[in-house]
Design a protein around this ligand. Structure first.
Ligand SMILES: C[S@@+](CC[C@H](N)C(=O)[O-])C[C@H]1O[C@@H](n2cnc3c(N)ncnc32)[C@H](O)[C@@H]1O
Length: 293
């Protein structure tokens, strides 16, 4: 899959742009390179299988130009970013199948108690995966609807569940998929994979699909987690773990900022083991509970 990287420069005119383009082509054969000199930031755009951003910056600086990577623009095109998300997760499930084991997360067990107390009978699970969290709710007699972007994850899920679970194949960025209102929504480990605009839309879409009196629960990775800061920072507190895979890390201010308009009741830290078999220390999540009055 081709990568696209975008840089701010101080290239002034076409002559300088041609000079820089030739310099880059000598060093990065096969790249598609163009400038937008009408943009205030004199944008340099480079497309190739691999775009070594530090080398590019060093080449331009060595030639006497200013050059700075613009990380956010990598994710600008929504459709492109959804396709990358799909490819990232689809290949993850093709290669690793039930990569986190079969046991439900601590968050799912905690959510189950809350749902039982609230008399929840039907639950929407966006980012269903292969369904490791579904059984805890099914065993409590709840009906389940999932939304999942990876067809392989859905196939794995279908081997374990019968008609008791309905799984919609699609991206949460395209919610809503139906007009149902749910008494419970449980979303573990998906919201923080989205960019800021997508997160905002998803929280609002979930709230809109909640019945009055219903509860929605999100488990999101916390800045305190040991994996914070690993990988390339592509936006504030957002680190890339592969093309189409990025994690936004929450602190208290981010939780309050994103959920307070959507019935935020409480949020607590919760430890979640990396996988049943690995020695990776537990990740720190925020367990966020919202209620619609
Ligand atoms: C970190 S995993 C968690 C999976 C599941 N909730 C669990 O705990 O086992 C994130 C899940 O969200 C799915 N996903 C990622 N982006 C998505 C999107 N835009 N729409 C729907 N599902 C998505 C992935 O395929 C993956 O199954």
């Amino acid at each position: 899959m081709e990568r696209v990287e975008i840089f701010k420069t101080n290239v002034r005119d076409q002559q300088e742009a041609d000079l820089v383009t030739n310099l880059l082509l000598i060093n990065l054969a096969g790249s598609r390179i163009n400038f937008d000199l009408t943009d205030r930031e004199k944008i340099l755009r480079i497309e190739n299988l691999n775009v070594p951003t530090e080398k590019i910056t060093a080449l331009l600086e060595g030639a006497g130009f200013f050059c700075k990577l613009i990380p956010d623009r990598v994710c600008d095109a929504l459709e492109e970013s959804v396709q990358h998300m799909h490819d990232f997760w689809e290949s993850g499930f093709v290669n690793n199948q039930m990569m986190w084991g079969a046991a439900p997360t601590n968050s799912a067990k905690r959510a189950n108690h809350i749902f039982l107390q609230g008399g929840v009978r039907d639950v929407l699970i966006p980012g269903f995966g292969y369904g490791r969290n579904a059984s805890v709710f099914l065993n409590s007699g709840m009906r389940i609807t999932g939304i999942e972007i990876s067809e392989t994850a859905i196939k794995i899920a279908e081997q374990h569940f019968n008609a008791e679970v309905r799984i919609i194949h699609g991206s949460v960025t395209d919610m809503p998929f139906d007009e149902n209102l749910y008494e419970g929504i449980f979303c573990y480990g998906l919201l923080y994979l989205l960019n800021g605009e997508q997160r905002k839309k998803m929280v609002a879409d979930c709230y809109n699909q909640l019945k009055p009196g219903g509860t929605m629960i999100f488990s999101v990775i916390a800045k305190k987690s040991h994996n914070y800061g690993k990988g390339r920072e592509v936006a504030k507190d957002t680190f890339e773990i592969g093309k189409g895979g990025q994690l936004f890390f929450y602190d208290a201010a981010a939780v309050e900022g994103e959920f307070e308009a959507y019935g935020l009741r409480s949020y607590v830290e919760i430890a979640e083991p990396g996988s049943a078999s690995s020695h990776v220390p537990a990740f720190t999540f925020f367990f966020v509970e919202c209620r619609k009055d």
